[in-house]
Each structure stands twice: as C-alpha cells, then as structure tokens.
Design a protein. Sequence first.
Length: 416
Amino acid sequence: MSSTRIRELIVTPIAFGDPPLLNSNGVHEPLALRIILQLVLEDGTVGLGESPGGTARLERLHIAARTVVGMDVFDTTAVAAAIDAALLPTVPSSHERGWTTSAIEVACLDAQGKLLGRPVSDLLGGTVRDAVPFAAYLFYKWAEHPALDGRPAITDDWGAALDPAGIVEQARLMQERYGFKSFKLKGGVFPPDEEIAAIRALAEAFPGQPLRLDPNTAWTVETSKYVARELDGVLEYLEDPAKGIEGMAEVAKDSPMPLATNMCVIAWEHLKPAVEQNAIQVLLTDHHYWGGLRRTRELAAVCEAFGLALSMHSNSHLGISLAAMTHVGAAIPNLDHSCDTHYPWNSADDVIVPGVLELRDGEVKVPTGPGLGVELDHDQLDRLHRRYVESGMRGRDDTGYMRRFQPEYERLLPRW
Ligand code: GKR
Ligand code: MG
C-alpha cells in the first residue's frame, strides 16, 4: 500500500495569454494566471491538477502541499478534511477553502486512474455520454490589447466585438472553428438595451439554438425584471442578473425564464436558503470550488432532489481543467445544459500535450486514457512559469487594467 502514499505536491504558478475580454468588472489583462499541480506518489505516479492563480490561492496550495505528504491517494475524504483543517484558521470562507481542496482531489483522482489504468470518469461511476457539450462563450471585446508602457499592442484573430453585429460575427467564428450549438453572452458591459439587441441579433442569426446572458450582477432587481420580460422566449436562462440570493429571489418571482447562478450559490450552505426562496432554477456547478469531481457529482444529486437544473461555470483555464470538466460532465446524468468554457480564448498556450482534447461539433470527447487522460508538456510548463515570474503579475485585476485606458472607469455593481 505504501506506493500509493503521496511523496510530494509540486505547485507551479503559470501565466498564459488572454484576449481583452470585457465584463462588468473591466477588461481581461494580457495574461491570466493558473497554478499547475503535480501530485507525486511514492511509486513515481504523478496526478495532475489545475487551479486558478493569484497569491492567496498559491499560498494555500503550499499549505496543502505540506499537509498531504504521507497520506494515501485513495483517501480523498481524509485528504480534503486535513487540508480544510489546515486552512480553517486563516481562511474562514468554506468557498475559498474549496478552491484548494478541489484542485488536490482532481490530482488524486488522476493519480488513482493512472494506478488502476482507468479513466477518471470510471472512478465517478462511469460515463452517461461519450462527449460533453459546451457553449460558445461570447464576450464583448476590443480588437487588441492597446500598446502600454512601451509594450506593443497585442492582437488576436477574433477581432473586435462591441455591438450586436460584432457579437454575431464572433458567434459565427466560434461556430465555424468549434461547431458550437449554443451560445452564452457575457453581459454587464453596455447598457441593457444594447445587450438585449445583441441577444435578439443572435436569435435571428442562429434560430432555435439555445442562448443565455450573464451580466455578473450588473443590474438592479428592477432592471433585471425588465431584461427578463424583454427576452421572454429568447433565452434558455438568465444568469446572475442581480446580486445575492435575496435579489435573485425577487427577480425570479416575475421572471418568465429560469434564473441561473455561479455567484450567489457557491458553497454548500447557500443551497438551503436559495431553494427555500426559489432564488434560482439552474445551478452552474464548478468542480474547482465545489470540492472536486466526486462532490460535483453529489451536488448534481442534490440539484436533482430539489428540481434545480444543472449547468457548468468556467473561468479562464487550460487543458487539465477542461479534461476534468469533461470527465465529470460525462458522469453526471442530469447535466441539463451545455457547459461554459473559456478554452477557445486560451487554448493556444495550453500546458498539455496536444491531441487528446478537441472541441469539435461543440463537444469534447471524454478522454479514454488512464486518469484524466492528458499529459503535461514540461517545456511549456517551464515557459509559462517563466512568464509568470517575469510578468510580476500576482493577481487578476480587470478593473485596474481598464483604468489604465479609461482612468474614470468605476466598478459599479449594480451599474444599471
Ligand atoms: O472571464 O470575465 C470572465 C467571466 O466573467 C468569469 O470571470 C466568470 O467567473 O465566466 C464567469 C461567469 O460565468 O460568471
Ligand atoms: Mg456566470
């Protein structure tokens, strides 16, 4: 049994390219941060994990790295409990502790799968689908990151999208390149009527294809109700229009379409009040903070019990995360909507060896190799780590970056 003990957790912060995507906090910076985990067992087996970056998350992963040494990789409940206990004195939020325990659970499952020669989806009870559907994640965006402090402008091959025509063009490109069959627009950027017009333009350009809009709480309850009325019959769901369980519950009373969230129900203790108040009808799960892949499957069962539909949230991410999202998405019977993914925006810099994960026909086929089924590209990991070190960037700051170009910009939630 000793060969299944954890010898070491290698924690590597990285930075990779990100286009100038707009949201209700500002604009994405040229680099996004993630942390790559290599969980090394006594027998040399390595399990991979991927977590969002930033100094706080990095420090917590270092605490976790000290905690897990000597533990059995199959003992994931005890591993999570030990990390949780180690973080508790300094990290009061269970949601925040969840980011750390989740990343390590995925690395444990990857290692377990490699030891057993079975894909992670088998460890989750087997697949109910061979491929997991994803939605095109549309963003208002600038044509380029403008030149700044001697750095030249950074362009990309997506172009600008600042009005309904630009959004439809971006959706066409997404469909052409990846075959997506449903679309999500990140809103909260322009006045609501402009975003309503963009959704209507998408509905006209892609008749019958599911659409959703997510302003990340940029609207008041009244504005949210107005948008919901205007888009009656057009949206499959409206995501996080207003802030908090109470705000969402107010909107839900009059909303003709289901409301979804990845903002007001982000920890287990939020489920009871949200269900009691009928604040949401769709939960966007995310294995990166709900406790990992097994807990995500349990969450799906809770949603089923309370009649909540299930979808999946995403942040800027790379292939280890996509593989994990795909395995769990394939193992959940009640995945009711296509999952979100930022992958098309970031995949050019991926840290995994190409060939296994492919977004085609709007789906990703479940990897069949042992564990997550993906392999780390060590040279690329070194490059991205150097980029992290040299960039000096240690956290995400969409608002601060926006102010470099629009000094009067204010983060206002709600804004309208
Ligand atoms: O990348 O700008 C973004 C998104 O707004 C992201 O930060 C959110 O976490 O995609 C996410 C969402 O659905 O709210
Ligand atoms: Mg969202």
